[in-house]
Ligand binder design. Structure first.
Ligand code: DLL
Length: 433
């Protein structure tokens, strides 16, 4: 049976959703115009005033906002509420440049946690469940977001945060956790550790997992589902918009419903900025229409995906996004060919390898090189060079037909590639361009 947290919203008619979006967008534009000089300036540069935005049909007129804007306005330049009304910040990991700091009023936190509660109930969660939150807590939004959602559903919540994998497994077993929330790469690692401890899926009480914060393929989903004996649901979000729960998967497991009462989604051509028709693949752009402290209008996520409003068997009416195929800034251009790490992962998993791999890109004598290091499982491990060469060649062929590119593949011994407890680092680009 499909479960909803807020059925009157999640299953509302398309007309009702559009009416909410129209009204909230108009209000939001006035809010930022009145309270954020940075936005007002950007709108003025385009010759716009709030009167030009009368409904969501006018959304395309507004300027985009990008990560560069967020950095320029750091730390307080985009805050739309007096600081005394803000109660929390969260922040991205910020591997390059300045961190992005997002602000929340109590109302913003409430709505964010509602979105996470919707995700948990869509994964079958109820107040009878024990939900272990193994996303990192702290500045990262994963732990706090799912923690709040779990409380709203009424689950018994175990805030383990990430790390200490054997203790994670101990809690899952001792406290009979039924739902696990963490990154997919950490879920795979937990599964691997359970196997090493001699545990089979039927000895583990888990029934569902809510995994996101990084790209993961369908093949990886199958792998995790089999190892943990659960149904694995995807969840998407970003700090700039609140955190996890911007969209989430339902029982159909065919894309993630975007919480359209809070976010308006568009797909644009990343080169030209032009809005693309429904069904086209492109860059996802979000406008947050209910956030008070840190509202973003037409924020370019750099995530690449497709939107669909085909009716969903779960009964939810909100638009669905496909799993992000990658990020515009994740895409590697290797000898002129566009390569997404997710394509490489698909080839590896299709050949029976686990998702423990590293992609090393370099430039040698003006030519790009692509080296994929792939870990063997203990069962497939061999030191027979003939056998290793044969398997490496199979993967090279598989990658050539997926990417149209010659790659070098190196099979490495089990446990050589560092495991991730949060977001996995798959790509090392050594090129200095
Ligand atoms: O990763 C929020 C989150 C936490 C989502 C827990 C889901 C679960 P950031 O650290 O700001 O926020 O990173 C946001 O991560 O733009 C995507 O590129 C990527 N991402 C998030 N969820 C998914 C997903 C959190 N399900 C960036 N699939 C986003 C693929 C994802 N990529």
């Amino acid at each position: 049976m499909e479960r909803y947290y807020q059925p009157e919203i999640e299953c509302a008619s398309r007309e009702q959703i559009k009416a909410w979006q129209d009204e909230r967008l108009v209000k939001q534009v006035r809010h930022v115009w009145n309270n954020v000089p940075y936005y007002r300036k950007k709108m003025e540069e385009k010759g716009l005033t709030p009167d030009d935005i009368r409904s969501s049909d006018d959304l395309h007129k507004l300027p985009f906002i990008t990560k560069a804007d967020l950095r320029e306005a750091y730390p307080y330049g985009l805050v739309a509420k007096p600081l005394k009304e803000c109660v929390r910040i969260q922040s991205t990991s910020g591997t390059t440049g300045k961190r992005v700091v997002a602000f929340y009023t109590q109302h913003d936190i409430d709505l964010w946690e509602d979105c996470c509660a919707r995700a948990i109930m869509a994964a079958g969660g109820t107040d009878e469940d024990v939900c272990q939150v193994s996303y990192g807590y702290g500045l990262f939004t994963g732990g706090p977001g799912l923690n709040g959602g779990s409380h709203k559903v009424g689950c018994l919540t175990i805030p383990t945060s990430s790390g200490n994998t054997e203790r994670q497994i101990m809690f899952i077993r001792d406290l009979s956790a039924t739902i696990l929330c963490c990154t997919p790469s950490y879920a795979a690692y937990i599964g691997e550790t359970m196997k090493e401890m001699g545990l089979t899926p039927d000895q583990i009480p888990l029934k569902a997992g809510i995994f996101g914060a990084e790209a993961w393929s369908e093949e990886m989903r199958q792998d995790i589902q089999n190892t943990l004996g659960i149904k694995a649901y995807d969840i998407y979000g970003l700090t700039e918009l609140s955190g996890p729960g911007v969209s989430f998967e339902c029982s159909a497991q065919t894309g993630m419903h975007i919480n359209e009462d809070h976010f308006i989604a568009e797909i644009i051509d990343p080169e030209t900025g032009e809005v693309l028709p429904e069904g086209s693949q492109g860059e996802l752009v979000f406008t947050s229409i209910t956030k008070e402290a840190f509202p973003l209008l037409r924020y370019r996520t750099r995530d690449i995906c497709t939107l669909t409003r085909e009716p969903c068997p779960c009964g939810r009416t909100h638009v669905k996004m496909t799993k992000p195929q990658g990020r515009t800034d994740d895409m590697l251009i290797i000898r002129g060919v566009n390569v997404f790490p997710s394509q490489i992962e698909t080839v590896l998993l299709n050949h029976g390898y686990p998702a423990n791999y590293q992609i090393i890109v370099d430039r040698v004598r003006n030519t790009d090189t692509l080296d994929v290091q792939v870990e063997m499982t203990p069962e497939m491990f061999t030191d027979n060079m003939g056998e290793i060469n044969k398997r490496q060649k199979e993967l090279v062929d598989g990658l050539r037909s997926m990417l149209g590119l010659a790659a070098k593949v190196t099979l490495v011994a089990p446990k050589t590639i560092v495991r991730s407890e949060g977001k996995a680092v798959r790509v090392i680009d050594k090129r200095k361009i």
